[in-house]
Design a protein around this ligand. Sequence first.
Ligand code: CDP
Length: 225
Amino acid sequence: MKKIIIAIDGHSATGKSSTAKVVASRLGYLYLDSGAMYRATTLYFLKHGVSLAHKADVLRALEEIHISFEPTAQGNTATFLNGKNVEEEIRSMEVSNYVSAVSALKEVRQAMVAQQRALGKQKGIVMDGRDIGSVVFPHAELKIFMTASARVRALRRQKELQEKGQSVSFEEILANVQERDHQDSTRSESPLLKVEDAIEIDNSELSFNKQVEKILQLALAKING
Ligand code: CDP
């Protein structure tokens, strides 16, 4: 059967990752979370006090950063930074507050995009992020652009953090969601945008399952068409 690349881009906390994961598993495809790579890089920068203003330091740090996705004993896939499972740590508010500044750097993006393209070489992949359909895989057979209102997204993110035992105020999360939207859409390097051939899905009032079904239908039409 023909294998395709599915690119899912969109605003933060639109459920891109959860959706991409289910779509990939239903198709027997590989799922890749590009945001986790930017988050792992951000964690490394925070831990090592890498200054974004010093390009030489940034480049040196990037050479030290090795990110992989590996299965865990619980049967999930987790993000590993230099051999250590950082899946939990990269979802903290500290990382969320800094990640858009780190991912606005040209040097960071070049390093990540090169790794992402290498990972996607064999097709049969679902990748989610901000620039997957525009920069990483401009020839992806199916491109989805996911959005929802900022309030709905902040509520979802708050619930997610609460389930992990982190209590963060709704106002702080809403401010983070809005600030990241702004930074991601206005940066000069690969800004978040909906490319012409992407299909937009606003899921403010669409259930998770309906959204997955919709994307699966679109994918099957491409695979069989
Ligand atoms: O899950 P959530 O939407 O909160 O974000 P994420 O996918 O984990 O990505 C975190 C941040 O990384 C985004 O706000 C972007 O600043 C950056 N990012 C990016 O620049 N390009 C990507 N392909 C993926 C993420």
